[in-house]
Design a protein around this ligand. Structure first.
Ligand code: CMC
Length: 429
C-alpha cells in the first residue's frame, strides 16, 4: 500500500504521496503542493530537499556509507581503476574485459586537443588560477565541437562528448599547470594508462627522461576513484541544473568546475594545506587554532572538517588517511604537516564543540597531503578533485538527460518592497 503524509495548512488537510528509495530513505512528494494549497516549501541551502531520483550513488551520512551503483567505495578504491569506475558510474554496470578495452581505447584516441586551444591557453597570464583556466578550456570545447550544442541530437554524439570529456580533461588540467609555470606543454603519451599519462604531461621536461613512478600513479588512481561521485552536492547539482536547460555537456560541466572551485566545496583541499602550513609557521599551537575555529566572531573555520551529509565519519577520509601514511612511507617523504593534521584531528574529535556539531575530517583533510607528496602544487589540488569528479558529473548529466528531467527552476519567497511609484531623479532624497 502506498504511503502518504498529511499537511495541515489554514484549516485544510492535504495528502501528499511518500516516495521510498531502494535503501528505504523516504521523501514527501510536494510536486502538487502549490497547485493544491498555494504554498511552496522553503529550504535554504536545500538541506532537506531532494532534487531528483537517482540510481548512481548511495550515501548514508549517519552510517558513513558511500556506494557507486551499489558497490562499496572501500572495495572500488582497493580493487578497481579510475577508467573502470568511470564506466560503472556512467553506464551503470561494471564493464566486461572487452567493454573496458574498447572504452579505454576510445579515450586514448581522443586525448589530443585542438591546436587552437593552445592559443586560448596562451591568452591567460601565468597568474591565472588553474581552475579558472580549466573551466574555460572545458567550455571552449563547445566552439570546437558545435554539434555538441544540442544534447538531444543523438546518443552517438553524446557518447562521443563523454569520451572527449574524459580524454581531454587530463590534457587541459596538465596544460593549465604548465601555463602557470610558463613552460611548454607536453602532449599525451597514449602508450600510458590514464593516470600515468596525466603525470607525464604534468612533470616531463624538455630534454629530460621522465619515468612515471607506479606508486604515484596508483595513489592518484585511488584518489580519483574516491572523488568520482558524491550524489547531489553543490557542483553536481550545478551540472544537472545547467544541463536541464539543454545546455551542452561541456557548458554544464564547465559550470560544475566553477562550483567546485569555492573553498567550502572542492577548494577546501587547497585551503587545508594553507591552514596546516600557517599552523606550522605559527609554532604548531593546535589549541589556539581550535579556539579560533570555535570563536563565532572569528571567520576562521577548520578547513577539511565538517560535511553537509556525513555526521559520523566520511568513509573517503578514512581511506585517504590510511593511504597518506602508506604513500608518504613508500615515497620516503616526511611531511611535518601530516603530524599537525593528525594532532588537529585528535584534539578536535575530543572537543565538545566539534562533537556536538558532529564535525569530522572530510575527504579534503588528508588528500592535500598526498597530492603534495606526489609533487603537485597547491593550486592544482582542486583541479585534481575536478578530474576525479568528472565521471560523476557526466553520469549525473546523462541520467538527467536520459530521464528527460524538466528544467530546474526553484521558487522563492519574496521579502522585498511592495509596489511603489517611480520617483523622478531630481525628487529623490
Ligand atoms: N569549523 C568550525 N565550525 C564549523 C565547521 C568548521 N569546519 N563546519 C561547520 N561548523 C559549525 C558551523 O559554524 C555551525 O555552527 P553553529 O551551529 O554554532 O552555527 C555548525 O558547525 C553547522 O555548520 P554549517 O555551516 O551550518 O553546516 P553546512 O552543512 O551548511 O556546511 C560545510 C558544511 C562543509 C560547508 C562546513 O562544514 C564547512 O564550511 N567546512 C569547512 C570547509 C570544507 O572542509 N569543505 C569541504 C567539504 S567536503 C568536500 C566536498 O564534497 O565539497
Amino acid at each position: 500500500m502506498s504511503k502518504t503524509a498529511e499537511l495541515k495548512l489554514n484549516g485544510q488537510t492535504y495528502e501528499l504521496p511518500v516516495i521510498e528509495g531502494t535503501e528505504k530513505e523516504i521523501a514527501i512528494d510536494i510536486g502538487e503542493l502549490r497547485e493544491k494549497s498555494g504554498a511552496i516549501t522553503l529550504d535554504l541551502g536545500y538541506k532537506n530537499t531532494g532534487a531528483t531520483k537517482s540510481a548512481i550513488t548511495f550515501l548514508d551520512g549517519d552510517q558513513g556509507i558511500l556506494r557507486y551503483r551499489g558497490y562499496a567505495i572501500e572495495e572500488l578504491a582497493e580493487k578497481s581503476t579510475f577508467e573502470e569506475v568511470s564506466y560503472l558510474l556512467i553506464f551503470g554496470k561494471l564493464p566486461t574485459r572487452q567493454e573496458l578495452e574498447e572504452f579505454s581505447y576510445d579515450i586514448r584516441t581522443h586525448t589530443l586537443v585542438h591546436e587552437d586551444i593552445k592559443k586560448i591557453l596562451d591568452g591567460f597570464p601565468s597568474t591565472a588560477h588553474p581552475m579558472g583556466v580549466l573551466a574555460s578550456l572545458f567550455c571552449a570545447q563547445t566552439a570546437f565541437y558545435p554539434e555538441s550544442l544540442d544534447p538531444n541530437r543523438s546518443d552517438e554524439l553524446v557518447y562521443l562528448s563523454i569520451i572527449r570529456s574524459l580524454a581531454k580533461m587530463p590534457t587541459f588540467a596538465a596544460w593549465s599547470y604548465k601555463n602557470a609555470l610558463g613552460h611548454p606543454v607536453n602532449y599525451p603519451d597514449n602508450e600510458l594508462d590514464y593516470c600515468s599519462r596525466f603525470l607525464k604531461m604534468m612533470f616531463a621536461l624538455p630534454g629530460q627522461r621522465y619515468e612515471v613512478d607506479p606508486v604515484v600513479a596508483q595513489a592518484l588512481n585511488q584518489l580519483l576513484i574516491l572523488h568520482a561521485d558524491h550524489e547531489q552536492n553543490c557542483s553536481t547539482s550545478t551540472v544537472r541544473i545547467v544541463g536541464s536547460s539543454r545546455a551542452s555537456i561541456y557548458a554544464s560541466i564547465s559550470a560544475g568546475i566553477n562550483a567546485l572551485w569555492g573553498p567550502l566545496h572542492g577548494g577546501a583541499n587547497q585551503e587545508v594545506i594553507v591552514m596546516l602550513e600557517n599552523i606550522r609557521k605559527d609554532g604548531g599551537n593546535i589549541e589556539k587554532w581550535i579556539n579560533k575555529a570555535k570563536d563565532k566572531n572569528d571567520p576562521f573555520r577548520l578547513m577539511g572538517f565538517g560535511h553537509r551529509v556525513y555526521k559520523n565519519f566520511d568513509p573517503r577520509a578514512k581511506i585517504i588517511k590510511r593511504a597518506a601514511d602508506g604513500v608518504l612511507a613508500k615515497l620516503g617523504v616526511k611531511d611535518p604537516v601530516l603530524d599537525i593534521a593528525k594532532k588537529l584531528e585528535e584534539v578536535a574529535l575530543q572537543d565538545d564543540y566539534f562533537v556536538e556539531r558532529k564535525l569530522y575530517p572530510n575527504v579534503d583533510f588528508y588528500s592535500g597531503i598526498i597530492y603534495r607528496a606526489l609533487g603537485l602544487p597547491v593550486d592544482m589540488f582542486t583541479v585534481m578533485f575536478a578530474m576525479g569528479r568528472l565521471p560523476g558529473w557526466i553520469a549525473q548529466w546523462k541520467e538527467m538527460r536520459d530521464n528527460k528531467e524538466p528544467i530546474g527552476r526553484p521558487r522563492q519567497i519574496y521579502v522585498g518592497e511592495r509596489l511603489r511609484p517611480y520617483v523622478p531623479i531630481d525628487q529623490r532624497g
